[in-house]
Design a protein around this ligand. Structure first.
Ligand code: GLN
Length: 484
């Protein structure tokens, strides 16, 4: 095993025992990046100089108890603001944007002495499911370089899978942490809406967006969640409530745990090998003492339609700030309006434009009731589906995605096909509940399959507990792609 293969937990033990230093670790990670980045292209920006300085500072740490992420290289999705480090959202409009402030999550990671190796690639403004919508080239899936890593946090998921970092942060508006985690065979957690501050996360659809960890195993996910959770006065939607220790609940038995299996998630279009792996995983949970129960989430079929009305509406409003005056790119024009138009024409890619147009349309006075209000009503119904389900079960399990990673270019010409990639993840964002994707098998083509475990609001503990129990009983998470 190489140093870059380490998990957070493993690296911390080695650092604490003095077997390795933070500088050794970051050097090993950069050596790995040098070898595989050309193929995978996980990063938009590498920050080797800053990283090395931080690692040296970490070595001088004199206190008793070392902070949680002491010396750990954690990559950060490039839509999360990092002070004095370029944050592009993979968009031409923010190509040279250097934030003057730190997001709350990266501030917290800094307080825990993490090391930033770089900013990872994404679909422009997190809009997409394949990372092909990036203005800076696309990222490849480490398991098969002809395939996409998923999206929009494809850079973070690929970097974790390819061992180009020890862990990473992503953001999830409709599935962007869990879907790429499933495609890349790693662990991705979307916390409950409000659990983690969004301050400094460049807004896409504010009532859906949530930051979360992408890691090599479940324990690392719990460690990262401990580091980033909690109330923040800079985000009025962050929940003012106690945060449990997510690590200490791991290892408890899951005997008697009621596991809901929604019939609406085992439908036409679900690849048979994905279905097979997920059903095996449910049996495994049962063998560990959990009790599967068939449930119904009857409004699931409307989730994609409601999401694409609501998320695009919010996006059309959020993205109005890129006007050539306040941030980023400016293209001069004959007058003010002309300058706005030229800047936005030049700065945004086609998917972003499509969404701004769609969102503006559904918010316009003649269509608001027919589309936006209707979609909000559907959102409530979907939320109620979960509320009802969680009266009788502790967690819900589903496939994370209907298919495994698809080929690059396969869906770029058909946005509706692309949107369907999130059919199993989107309902969680509509209702705000947390979910994790963990590896639960491989297809005959050696592509990873993801199992999604869903919890009730603010009950990340149950999903982590079940995910950990499953992981301990299997070894899918130990497999590594063959990149060299
Ligand atoms: N793929 C979904 C979309 O394109 C979700 C994106 C996300 O979660 N950021 O909107």
């Amino acid at each position: 095993m190489e140093l870059y293969n380490l998990t957070i937990e493993g690296a911390r033990v080695a650092i604490d025992r003095g077997e390795i230093s933070p500088v050794d670790l970051i050097n090993a990670v950069f050596k790995r990046i040098e070898t595989v980045e050309e193929k995978v292209k996980s990063y938009v920006t590498l920050t080797q100089g800053v990283a090395l300085d931080r690692a040296k500072q970490a070595e001088d740490f004199k206190g008793e108890a070392k902070p949680l992420l002491h010396g750990i290289p954690v990559a950060v999705k490039d839509n999360i603001c990092t002070e004095d480090i370029r944050t592009t959202c993979a968009s031409k409009i923010l190509k040279n944007f250097v934030p003057p402030y730190e997001s709350t999550v990266t501030r917290r990671l800094k307080e825990h002495c993490f090391i930033l190796p770089g900013k990872t690639n994404l679909d422009e403004f997190a809009m997409g499911s394949s990372t092909e919508n990036s203005a800076f080239g696309y990222t490849r899936n480490p398991w098969d370089l002809e395939r996409v890593p998923g999206g929009s946090s494809g850079g973070s998921a690929a970097a974790v899978a390819a061992d180009e970092c020890i862990a990473a942060l992503g953001s999830d508006t409709g599935g962007s942490i869990r879907q790429p985690a499933a495609f890349c065979g790693v662990v991705g957690l979307k916390p409950t809406y409000g659990r983690v501050s969004r301050y400094g996360l460049v807004a896409f659809a504010s009532s859906f967006d949530q930051i979360g960890p992408i890691t090599k195993n479940v324990k690392d996910s719990a460690i990262m969640l401990n580091a980033i959770s909690g109330h923040d006065i800079y985000d009025s939607t962050s929940a003012n409530m106690d945060v449990p220790d997510f690590v200490s609940g791991l290892g408890q038995e899951i005997k008697g745990m009621k596991v809901g299996v929604p019939k609406e998630y085992f439908i036409e279009g679900l690849e048979s090998e994905v279905e097979g792996s997920v059903k095996e995983a449910i049996k495994k949970l049962e063998s560990l003492g959990a009790v599967p129960v068939e449930i119904s989430l009857p409004h699931t079929e409307y989730a994609i339609a409601a999401y694409y009305i609501l998320a695009t509406s919010e996006a059309s409003s959020n993205l109005s700030r890129y006007d050539g005056v306040r941030y980023g790119l400016r293209v001069t024009g004959d007058d003010l309006i002309d300058m706005y138009m030229k800047t936005r024409e030049e700065g945004f890619g086609p998917e972003v434009k499509r969404r701004i147009i769609l969102g503006t349309y559904s918010l316009s006075s003649g269509y608001y009731d027919a589309y936006y209000r209707k979609a909000q009503q559907v959102r409530t119904l979907i939320k109620q589906d979960f509320e009802k389900a969680f009266k009788s079960v502790d967690i819900i399990v589903t496939p994370t995605t209907p298919t495994t990673a698809f080929k690059a270019g396969e869906k770029t010409g058909n946005p509706l096909q692309m949107y369907l990639s999130d059919i199993f993840t989107i309902s969680l964002n509509l209702s705000g509940v947390p979910g994790i994707s963990i590896p639960c098998g491989f297809t005959s083509e050696n592509l990873p399959v993801g199992l999604q475990i869903i919890g009730n609001h603010f009950d990340e503990e149950s999903i982590l507990k079940a995910a950990y129990a499953y992981e301990q009983a299997t070894d899918w998470h130990k497999r590594k792609p063959d990149l060299i």
